[in-house]
Write a protein that binds this ligand. Structure first.
Ligand SMILES: [Zn+2]
Length: 324
């Protein structure tokens, strides 16, 4: 049943204590970091992301004290590889955490029931989140703890003919996740960032916030500057799943406007539900994205280097074409 699995790892909260007083590294600023990653959580079912139902009152209050990223893309549509990307800032092809492909056919007439059950699970998660945040206060840690709230991937409710199993496609209903960051000093509170960011960017952002060095091999970038109000560059989001029958990873690359996935190009501005292939009228863009993916995965197989840097030339070409 959907809800037995949905939040099986509810509040898989990883308390990463980077306390400078307790560690050998003297360079950190002493902030604690609490990373709360809720399994299978679609942002469009949360109040602070615009949902009409009252599913998340505690999270909504938390959002008002935090900076809210409105367009965050996971690097994989299932639990293990996505969490590995959150924690390592590497693509699945780089960190090697793979997963099996499973799917179920859509059952007509069941969607309303399933979405209701899903929302009930979110309300339950929200109560747990409220308790967790209260505990932080009670322990006297709220003033010294950075809290990051996110999810590993979304869920599908028949948008592309399937529901309730989330590992087998890379459409937006599976890749978009919430990302909310609360700084103890109130930095960015109430601020919303609409530019696209990625799960890959969480780890470097946390390291920037605690004033520790960001490892060179990280694929993501720190977002502290953007949180402080500096302009954020346009970021490519590459996502990936593996299917056992193929040696080739199935990938997508997404900008705020476009998504190239399985040989199909979607215009997210005019077709946010990803229904229409527009590759015929944008072959130069398709070619650019293909080159980017080829180079990224060639590079991923030979090292754990930074795919974003590698794409700089392709990026320039795409910009020259006026696409970005
Ligand atoms: Zn998951």
């Amino acid at each position: 049943m959907l809800n037995s699995r949905l939040f099986a790892t509810i509040l898989a909260s990883l308390l990463v204590l980077l306390q400078s007083g307790c560690t050998a590294d003297p360079q950190g600023n002493g902030l604690n970091v609490l990373l709360v990653s809720v399994d299978t959580l679609r942002p469009d079912h949360l109040g602070c992301y615009g949902y009409a139902r009252d599913t998340s009152p505690n999270l909504d209050a938390f959002c008002r004290e935090s900076v809210v990223f409105r367009q965050t893309i996971a690097q994989a549509p299932s639990t293990l590889p996505s969490h590995a990307s959150i924690l390592t800032s590497l693509l699945p092809a780089q960190h090697g955490a793979l997963f099996a492909d499973r799917s179920r056919p859509l059952a007509p007439g069941m969607l309303e029931f399933i979405e209701g059950a899903y929302d009930a699970e979110i309300r339950s998660m929200d109560r747990a989140l409220g308790k967790l945040l209260s505990l932080l206060e009670d322990l006297g840690l709220a003033d010294s703890t950075l809290v990051v709230f996110t999810s590993d991937h979304g869920e599908e409710f028949g948008e592309h003919g399937w529901y309730g199993w989330h590992a087998h496609t890379l459409y937006d209903e599976l890749l978009r996740v919430p990302l909310v960051v609360r700084f103890p000093d109130g930095l960015g509170a109430g601020h919303e960032i609409s530019r696209q960011v990625r799960s890959l960017d969480i780890a470097p952002t946390v390291l920037e916030a605690v004033e520790l060095a960001v490892p060179e091999q990280f694929g993501g970038i720190g977002l502290l500057g953007a949180i402080r109000g500096e302009p954020l560059e346009r970021l490519f989001a590459i996502s990936q799943k593996d299917i056992p029958t193929s040696r080739e990873p199935v990938t997508s690359v997404r900008t705020e406007r476009w998504k190239y996935y399985n040989g199909v190009l979607y215009d997210l501005k005019n077709d946010p539900e990803e229904q229409f292939d527009v590759s015929n009228s944008h072959w130069d863009l398709v070619k650019g994205f293909r080159t980017m993916l080829d180079e990224t995965f060639e590079h991923a197989q030979s090292s754990t280097g930074d795919p974003v840097e590698l794409d700089a030339e392709t990026r320039r070409q795409l910009e020259a074409l006026g696409y970005l």
